[in-house]
Design a protein around this ligand. Structure first.
Ligand code: 7PJ
Length: 273
């Protein structure tokens, strides 16, 4: 199996690492350290040296409580970084829900769209379909501003599965081939710690859809809830979750700490030999 990402064809016979590059002033886990364009570019390059297979550049914070930014603001954050990464040599994903940003990002060399709205914005399916890029379809309940207030599900595993199955169908109908699609339960997006853990325990109900599954646990507040630690001290818990995610069937890990998570993958691969 391969993931088609524009000009890249990424083999899926081993887990992939997606390294996070935030270009936001309020990102909770790195305190906006990478808002500045040049440091974001340098950081992306470092992540690739550390072993990232994909870098994920985001200009809109989707942390719980975050307010939306304007399209122009998001473009002003993301495009200069993409322009500075023309020679990165690895697929660049852009974390956005806006078709206008998708369009410009793809023109500027992005090969993947990571959409926490699973291409639900009007025009998003068409924009992605018209390119050869990959897409990550993520489940989320509610909007970042309020989504963690009182998330409720009758059956979180079934609800996420049905939602993603439906979004995959819509994507395929729009002309996005399955070899371009990744699915993601969206840990922390309108979910309590208990919801997140239940989804992880039942991740096979997503991997049975025969598409690569992305898991994003890195530094998230659920890990703070378990350990009592602030974001900058959640690396050990993030690594534990990376291992559990692999064991549960995840194929792509979205992480801040690429160098460290790479060793988790090495250990897991050796164990499975
Ligand atoms: C995720 C994401 C995730 C995907 C963020 C953070 C919050 N995209 N963007 N999956 N999380 N696909 O990094 O803590 O879990 S932003």
């Amino acid at each position: 199996m391969v993931l088609r990402c524009g000009k890249y064809s990424v083999p899926l016979d081993r887990p992939l690492l997606m390294g996070v590059v935030n270009v936001t002033p309020d990102s909770f886990s790195d305190g906006g350290r990478f808002f500045d364009k040049d440091s974001a570019i340098r950081h992306a390059e470092q992540l690739v040296r550390d072993g990232a297979d994909i870098v994920d550049v985001g200009g809109e914070s989707s942390r719980p409580g975050a307010l939306p930014v304007s399209v122009q603001e998001e473009l002003d954050r993301v495009l200069p970084v993409l322009n500075g990464l023309k020679d990165l040599g690895k697929p660049i994903s852009v974390d956005t829900r806006r078709p206008e940003v998708m369009q410009e990002a793809l023109k500027a060399g992005a090969s993947m769209i990571n959409d926490i709205d699973a291409l639900q914005a009007p025009g998003a399916l068409e924009t992605v379909a018209a390119s050869g890029c990959a897409v990550c379809l993520m489940h989320k309940k509610g909007e970042p501003e309020t989504m963690q207030q009182a998330p409720h599900y009758d059956d979180v595993v079934a609800e996420v599965r049905v939602f993603l199955k439906n979004r995959v169908e819509k994507a395929e109908q729009a002309g996005i081939g399955r070899e371009r699609i990744v699915i993601d339960p969206g840990f922390g997006f309108g979910k309590t710690l208990e919801h997140n853990l239940k989804l992880l325990r039942h991740l096979s109900s997503l991997s049975s859809m025969k598409l690569p599954v992305l898991a994003g646990w890195s530094r998230k507040s659920s890990l703070g809830k378990i350990t009592g630690r602030p974001a900058e001290e959640r690396l050990p818990a993030s690594l534990a979750m990376a291992l559990l995610s692999l064991q549960a069937g995840a194929t792509i890990l979205r992480v801040h700490d690429v160098r460290e998570t790479r060793d988790v993958i090495a250990v897991w691969q050796e164990y499975g030999k």
